[in-house]
Ligand binder design. Structure first.
Ligand code: SAH
Ligand code: MG
Length: 202
């Protein structure tokens, strides 16, 4: 398939340019989730070059995605890639810091995959945009294993700070009365957070 070749090209570009795209296993989980739960709309925080958005759109022919990226170079690359796949009608790209974006519409799934230290802020900023039966999935909860490491053993201050922030996010999710969260050992770790007051058993 032509598309497969183009997807390979994105993966190669990501490798070469060190763009942290989603792992295959996590992508498969997302796509399966979208299909099984009949997800129609996704809000993605962190487009990078459009890889995860494009792969979700290809695997789910009716899915609509809104995705936000603040880095200009990556945004421009994503624009180009989405055109290549002719997905302009189903993927809407926003070039802005996500925390400065305010949206009215609601989504079935919010996929948080941006600055790892900001997860709580992304969550609280966009939870009003989640449908009643909606789910928030966050990538890189394990942060290459640093999240659960002894913090004193992490040499880099920056990495240590992020690991601490991700722990805080996990605590925030687990203590949140309105949501139920599962942490899954998939890829680099993902959290799956569902509203407790959803009217369907999802
Ligand atoms: N979802 C992509 C990978 C995203 S990498 C994929 O799997 O293909 C994370 C991206 O989030 C980076 O490109 C970074 O520039 C972007 N980002 C980080 N913080 C952001 C913010 N506050 N608003 C918008 N984008 C952000
Ligand atoms: Mg990620």
């Amino acid at each position: 398939m032509v598309e497969e070749k183009l997807v390979k090209e994105l993966e190669e570009y990501a490798k070469k340019e060190k763009v942290p795209i989603i792992q295959k296993e996590s992508l498969n989980y997302l796509n399966n989730y979208i299909e099984v739960k009949n997800v129609k709309s996704v809000l993605e925080i962190g487009t990078a070059i459009g890889y995860s958005a494009i792969c979700m759109a290809l695997s789910n022919p009716n899915l609509k995605i809104t995705t936000i990226e603040r880095d200009e170079k990556r945004y421009l690359e994503a624009v180009k890639n989405i055109k290549k796949f002719k997905l302009e009608n189903r993927i809407k790209l926003i070039f802005k810091d996500a925390l400065e974006v305010s949206l009215e519409e609601k989504f079935d799934l919010i996929f948080i995959d941006a600055a790892k230290a900001q997860n709580i802020n992304f969550f609280t900023h966009f939870e009003k945009n989640l449908n009643k039966n909606g789910t928030i999935i966050t990538d890189n909860i394990f942060f290459h294993g640093f999240t659960y490491m002894n913090l004193e053993d992490i040499e880099s201050r920056n990495v240590r700070a992020i690991a601490r922030k991700i722990r805080k996010y996990i605590e925030f999710l687990e203590q949140n009365e309105n949501y139920e969260t599962e942490i899954k050992k998939i890829g680099d770790g993902i959290s799956v957070t569902r509203r407790k007051d959803g009217y369907e058993d999802r």
